[in-house]
Design a binder for this molecule. Structure first.
Ligand SMILES: *[C@@H]1O[C@H](CO)[C@@H](O)[C@H](O)[C@H]1NC(C)=O
Length: 372
């Protein structure tokens, strides 16, 4: 009896001051530059592995964060085979408290995913359904629950993004649109996000980005992207062509790299135009984009080459044709950009100067030295 009381007491005492970590702002292994309105902001903390903690008697992954309109929460969960179902996970976007507590606080969005397990014949539905409920806790009372069923497209990994739009959350899974959840409480109520599950794990969670539309020119921070850096562009394709052109910090060489995405031809072509001459085109090994589907383009810069990945699959490798340093890029065409992140090499010393650098602007210009 005493043990139980002591345990409860300890749990309560611990629960009162849990060291709730701040949610990561990127998924880089070292420091990063993240978009912050019209500039890049230095974010010195490398990504951390989410860990379960005991908060007021509940085992949760808990994080401190606000959510600004236009930002996206990126989640990678694992729903991995239980007794009752194939894993369940819930997410809470909370005001004031890191976990739901009776009669206090508010849950701006409570999302729950249960992966179904088909036990009884006949198998009327495929075994990989996801039962989803969404709700809001307002003034200590749950509102009307929304129920949905969606297909679970993977094996056990569950990539989820939650983007804060003006009047609703947009929820995507596997890059594809899943559903909207209209705000029932204001977005700026949110101060904590937690995740809890059974037969499931949270592998990654971070918040960042902002919504941007081309034309967009990004002048990279701190003198540009060098070997060892990684550039990450999050976007949603729109069944329309787009291109991303890069030049050196002084725009001396013209287009050092252009990535041209052609939807009608289903091609990704990489090329350069140094001076007046187009170089040899390098064709992507496959076409990774799909109308309305979110993508995560990652460009890794090495000493002599760079490699473009989309959704972790390699698309093409390209030799540097002039300098190995890229000063800026301009994006043209139709697509929604949701975030740009620049990862610094893991071993780099911490940046000490201005925490803001670079530029994001709609004023693009052609890097072509001569269009003839
Ligand atoms: C894409 O391919 C089509 C068909 O060949 C062509 O007309 C169009 O100009 C191409 N778009 C770009 C941006 O190169």
């Amino acid at each position: 009896m005493l043990c139980v009381i002591l345990f409860l007491l300890l749990a309560t005492v611990q629960g009162q001051n849990p060291p709730i970590p701040k949610m990561d702002e990127h998924r880089c292994l070292g420091s990063a530059w993240v978009v912050d309105r019209t500039r890049f902001r230095y974010s010195s903390n490398p990504v951390s592995k989410p860990s379960l903690m005991l908060v007021n008697g509940q085992y949760v992954y808990a994080f401190k964060t606000g959510i600004r309109e236009g930002q996206t929460v990126h989640i990678l969960a694992e729903l991995d085979g239980g007794i009752k179902d194939l894993g369940r996970m819930e997410f809470n976007f909370l005001a004031g408290t890191p976990v739901i507590e009776d009669g206090t606080g508010a849950d701006v969005m409570h999302l729950k995913f249960i992966r179904s397990k088909q036990i009884l014949p006949p198998r009327t539905r495929p075994a990989n359904d996801l039962y989803i409920t969404a709700n809001t806790l307002k003034n200590g009372k749950w509102m009307d629950q929304i129920n949905m069923v969606r297909r679970f497209n993977g094996k056990y990994l569950f990539p989820l993004t939650i983007t804060a739009l003006a009047d609703r959350f947009e929820i995507r899974a596997f890059g594809e649109f899943f559903f909207y959840y209209y705000y029932r409480l204001p977005l700026d109520y949110i101060s904590f996000v937690n995740a809890r599950g059974s037969d499931s794990r949270l592998n990654q969670i971070y918040i960042g980005g902002q919504r941007m539309e081309p034309p967009l020119r990004a002048v990279f921070p701190n003198g540009g992207i060098k070997p060892g850096f990684t550039l990450i562009i999050d976007g949603v394709a729109r069944n329309s062509d787009f291109s991303i052109a890069f030049t050196d910090p002084e725009n001396k060489f013209g287009i050092m790299l252009e990535i041209r995405v052609n939807f009608s031809k289903q091609t990704v072509i990489l090329n350069s135009k140094i001076g007046k001459r187009w170089g040899q085109a390098v064709r992507g090994s496959y076409f990774p984009f799909k109308d309305k589907k979110a993508f995560d383009m990652e460009i890794r810069f090495f000493e002599k080459t760079l490699t473009v990945f989309v959704d972790t699959k390699e698309v093409a490798t390209f030799d540097h044709r002039a300098l190995p340093t890229y000063g800026e890029m301009s994006v043209e065409g139709l697509l929604h950009i949701r975030g740009i992140t620049i990862c610094e090499p893991q071993q780099w010393p911490k940046h000490a100067g201005d925490m803001y650098s670079g530029l994001l602007t709609k004023q693009t210009y052609s890097y072509s030295k001569d269009d003839s």
